[in-house]
Design a protein around this ligand. Structure first.
Ligand code: C2E
Ligand code: MG
Ligand code: MG
Length: 687
């Protein structure tokens, strides 16, 4: 059975325990039980026991029983109280234990709380610092955006602007209030660039950082070149929140680039594209045509005698002429055809998609005819003709540089032959041009290297058979190439401007030889030497000869200058002046190769010469022809004699020729029948 105090309630116990009533209760119970027991026992003994002895004995037993009973009663009362106390103490003890544990937990919580509080304090400090830094950075960004010398735009992914800094206002002329909320493409990009800019716009959004250049249009319509750096700003979820575009004005740099481009690709004088530009453009054009039947013609057009114009009228006039020619060509050559200037007086024309040669010739002749007229530059009249070389694509080359090279070769070919004409490129021209270049280079140093020598060919009086003169003929022995014929190198030296130097060397050599032979007693041997037309016309020939005779005393009337007919035809007046100068100094002058040009009797009459040399071809005819009446040499001899000229027959090879010439009164003969040109020592033996 469960005792009523088992589930002891400390509250209940506290209320129940009252020391006074408790003790009184125990004393009363004890007094009641012991008093009642003693009362009944003592009555029983008085009634039942007469015998004192037995009574005494029973009293003893009664006391013992009494003590035992009271002891039991006491034991039970005290035990009950003690049990109650024990339970109370246990309960209190348990309460204390729980309280202790709770207390400890409380202490730990308190510690934790304290720690948390400290970290909280720390965080608060950090947050204050962070806020300060943020504030500083905001100020910094603000001052950068406001004061920096660069355009700063911030815009949303839809392109609308939310920051337009003061520098942007200054540069573009727009107020921020006018543009914020609007798309930058709509405000700053010129209409024609918008489609392209939309693609740039998309690229910006696709990459985290993008740099690009573009033009912007300002409020006043002015254009500027800007270099942009675009960076994407993202929110915490990684979505694009804004884009910041920083732009620097690169208009000046672009201008500079344009100027450099102009300098690199355009000719400054005429404003026409230069060779590099034409080559690049043409090659680009060709790359779009792969064996699709595309044909084109490249013309190199060179002004004839431009060097003379420059030298005689001055460079200003030359420049003006070039500009005028360029302007006329610009009007005539229209896109997609190309026009450029590739050298001093050389222009290039590219005719696209020309299918047949007849068309090309038509165009070339048109251009030449168009330019062939009297020009006026700086109040001067200038007559211009042009030489044109043409190379065809794909026949004469697969790229621009080869085609230009080949067209130039063809042009030089025209220059050398006739000028004022055109020629298509053919393979041999190149070979010739190369060889000519090579030979010209070798010629440059031939005099210094002592590679030239003079051979002499005797001239014989046909009647007496006596040697009356000798023609000096130059010989060139190149260290590697051996002997090179004057027929090969004289024309090259003439074109390359070296002939004057060579002719002067010959004159000096002949004068020296004449003096030697004079001293040896061959005074009456007349020495002839050849003078090129170029030397005669453009040089300082007379001054040179004067300076020579100043220090070398030669017998002038025994020296004869041979001049070819073609030389005279080019510039008759100048030729006559020089011939007169030579003759007035005492020299003789012979007209060489007579009959090869188109000279007529009338002009021969006016020519102040002493000797006429009949060209070898007429002498050759004497052997070849059966129709003796048809031979020309007798008429030439007659005519020359009528003009009181001495006649020399060139290239006499056979006795038949010699006999014929003798019969017709020719004065002197020169040719293999007497001797080939030989060394001076050899001819001395013949004298
Ligand atoms: P050229 O003045 O008419 O000289 C005559 C040429 O005919 C020489 O040729 C000579 O060797 C050649 N010849 C002479 N007799 C005969 C012959 O019987 N049969 C044949 N087949 N040929 C004969 P070369 O020496 O080769 O000279 C060629 C030309 O070169 C000369 O023609 C002259 O125009 C020019 N030349 C030669 N030496 C000089 C020079 O020192 N200065 C200049 N400017 N030209 C020169
Ligand atoms: Mg001659
Ligand atoms: Mg001759």
């Amino acid at each position: 059975m469960k005792h009523k105090y088992d589930d002891i309630d400390i509250e209940y116990i506290k209320n129940r325990i009252n020391p006074r009533t408790g003790a009184l209760k125990v004393a009363l119970i004890y007094g009641l039980v012991v008093g009642v027991s003693l009362f009944f026992l003592n009555r029983f003994m008085v009634l039942a026991l007469d015998d004192m002895k037995i009574g005494h004995k029973i009293t003893l037993i009664k006391d013992e029983i009494f003590v035992t009973i009271t002891m039991l009663i006491l034991y039970m009362i005290v035990r009950r109280q003690m049990t109650l106390l024990k339970k109370s103490v246990d309960k209190v003890y348990d309460g204390y234990r729980e309280l202790d544990i709770a207390n400890r937990q409380l202490s730990a919580t308190k510690e934790l709380l304290k720690e948390n509080f400290e970290t909280l304090n720390q965080h608060q400090d950090e947050q204050i610092k962070l806020q300060e830094r943020l504030w500083h950075q905001r100020n910094l960004s603000k001052s950068i955006i406001n004061d920096v010398g660069a355009i700063i735009l911030m815009w949303y992914p839809d392109g609308s602007m939310n920051i337009f800094n003061p520098f942007a206002e200054e540069i573009t002329g727009y107020k921020a209030s006018e543009v914020l909320g609007k798309r930058w493409i709509d405000i700053l990009i010129p209409l024609e660039d918008r489609e392209y800019m939309q693609s740039v716009f998309d690229r910006i959004l696709e990459s985290d950082f993008l740099r690009h250049e573009n033009r912007i249009i300002c409020k006043d319509g002015g254009m500027m070149d800007i270099l942009w750096s675009n960076s994407i700003l993202r929110d915490k979820d990684g979505n694009i929140s804004e884009i910041i575009s920083i732009g620097t004005d690169i208009t000046e740099r672009k201008e500079m680039e344009k100027r450099l481009h102009m300098m690199a690709y355009y000719d400054t004088l005429t404003g026409l594209p230069n060779r590099i530009m034409i080559e690049e453009k043409f090659d680009k054009l060709l790359s779009g045509h792969n064996d699709d039947g595309f044909r084109a013609a490249i013309m190199i057009l060179d002004i004839d005698n431009f060097k003379n114009i420059n030298e005689t009228l001055g460079h200003n006039v030359g420049d003006m002429l070039l500009k005028n020619v360029a302007n006329v060509l610009k009007k005539y050559i229209k896109s997609p055809n190309m026009l450029g200037r590739i050298s001093g007086d050389g222009f290039i024309v590219v005719l696209n998609n020309m299918q047949n040669v007849t068309d090309i010739i038509g165009r070339v002749m048109d251009v030449q005819q168009y330019l062939k007229r009297t020009w006026y530059a700086d109040g001067r009249e200038i007559f211009v003709s042009t030489s044109v070389g043409i190379a065809l694509y794909p026949d004469h080359g697969k790229d621009a540089s080869i085609l230009i090279k080949n067209a130039s070769t063809a042009m030089f070919y025209v220059k050398e032959r006739s000028k004022d004409d055109y020629a298509f490129y053919i393979k041999d021209m190149e070979k010739n041009a190369f060889e000519r270049m090579e030979m010209l280079n070798m010629l440059c140093s031939a005099i210094e290297k002592g590679e030239f020598s003079l051979y002499y060919q005797p001239q014989v009086d046909i009647k007496t058979g006596k040697i009356v003169g000798a023609e000096a003929l130059i010989r060139w022995t190149h260290s590697k190439r051996g002997a090179i014929s004057p027929a090969d190198f004289i024309p090259i030296a003439e074109q390359g401007g070296l002939i004057g130097k060579i002719d002067k060397w010959v004159i000096k050599e002949v004068f020296r030889q004449k003096k030697i032979w004079d001293k040896k007693g061959y005074k009456d041997v007349e020495l002839s030497l050849n003078i090129s037309a170029k030397t005669l016309m453009y040089g300082d020939l007379i001054e040179y000869i004067k300076s020579l005779i100043g220090c070398m005393d030669v017998t002038k009337d025994y020296i004869c200058f041979e001049i070819t007919e073609t030389a005279l035809l080019n510039d008759w007046e100048t030729a006559i002046l020089v011939i007169n100068d030579l003759r007035s100094m005492g020299f003789k002058v012979a007209l060489d190769d007579f009959g090869t040009g188109h000279s007529s009797l009338t002009y021969l009459k006016k020519l102040p010469i002493d000797v006429l040399k009949i060209d070898r071809q007429f002498i050759n005819d004497i052997d070849e022809s059966n129709d003796r009446e048809g031979l020309i040499s007798p008429y030439i001899i007659q005519m020359a004699h009528a003009l009181k000229l001495k006649v020399v027959a060139e290239g006499v090879e056979t006795p038949k020729q010699l006999k014929f010439l003798e019969d017709h009164g020719c004065d002197i003969g020169q040719g293999y029948i007497f001797s080939k040109p030989i060394l001076p020592e050899k001819i001395e033996e013949m004298f």
